[in-house]
Ligand binder design. Sequence first.
Ligand code: PBG
Length: 340
Amino acid sequence: MIERTVSAPAPSGAFPQVRPRRLRAGAAIRRMVRETRLSTDSLVAPHFAVAGRDVVEPIAALPGRARLSPDRLAEAARRAYDAGIPAVLLFGVTDEKDEAASAAYAPGGVVQTAVAAVKDAVPELVVITDVCLCGYTDHGHCGVVVDGQVHNDLSLELIARTALSHAEAGADLVAPSDMMDGRVGAIRAALDAEGHEGVGILSYAAKYASAFYGPFREAAGSAPGFGDRRGYQMDPANAREAVREALLDAGEGADMVMVKPAATYLDVIARVRAATDLPLAAYHVSGEYAMLAAAAERGWVDERRAALETLTAIARAGADLIITYYAEAAAGWLAGEDRS
Ligand code: PBG
């Protein structure tokens, strides 16, 4: 028999009945409700290749990173793969520069040699190559210069030839970073014509004219000798245009698209994520890495926590893949995670 009726207050949808802190009370419950899980599976490690043997040249503006000869690069690639990282992104660094960027597509060129060495040492690792001319032209621009301007259509042929030489060396994916119009289609046609229909294209679809590439240009010796890259890279103020670029590249046959930089472009990542079902990469670039590393060196931020928070934010925004100079460190941190 019911003695008295308990009258419960109607749910108010507000405090004091509603207390979001209940789901933050301990490590286990936080793990249960965590929305984004940063995984080593989504990390891509960038590496710089130079000619020679047993060469390790530390890069001052990228603490902890070095330019490596193919033999040393193969060792680094083996370590990265063993740590769970599925892919590397390779850049070539050379003093051989001319008007036509001949060293970019030379069969025995530095990237081509490095790709072959890495594929030989770690066949399972996905090898991605950056396809651009800026590290190989004497003026440091990403295409062919005619009358002081980077000529779009004349650049396409050399860019496609460069991509083809990477495929011939064994690259799994080629990643054009030049921002010329039509380059994804030109590369796809060149690869298919030579029987490389299995080689994929990761397009730097939305690559901004950013101040955060400074340390990279020191590492790769690729700073423009005159002017800047605003005539081809995107204006940092534009987000709708990033969606347009990604859709155009998808239409030309890109297998994956990229937003670059990452941490200051989280809104762009989210917009591109919503606009295409292709896998989306985000590049946490050299300046973004250097800022964290420098602040950590001064004891101003905890590097592990700040780096993992940044990479998690990039994943939360919608990136499937994150290209980062923290890849190896993050793989180590994630493996030893304290589950807090
Ligand atoms: C080549 C290229 C650049 C980066 C990747 N590919 C430099 C640039 O466009 O000036 C930057 C990567 C980084 O900063 O980590 N075009």
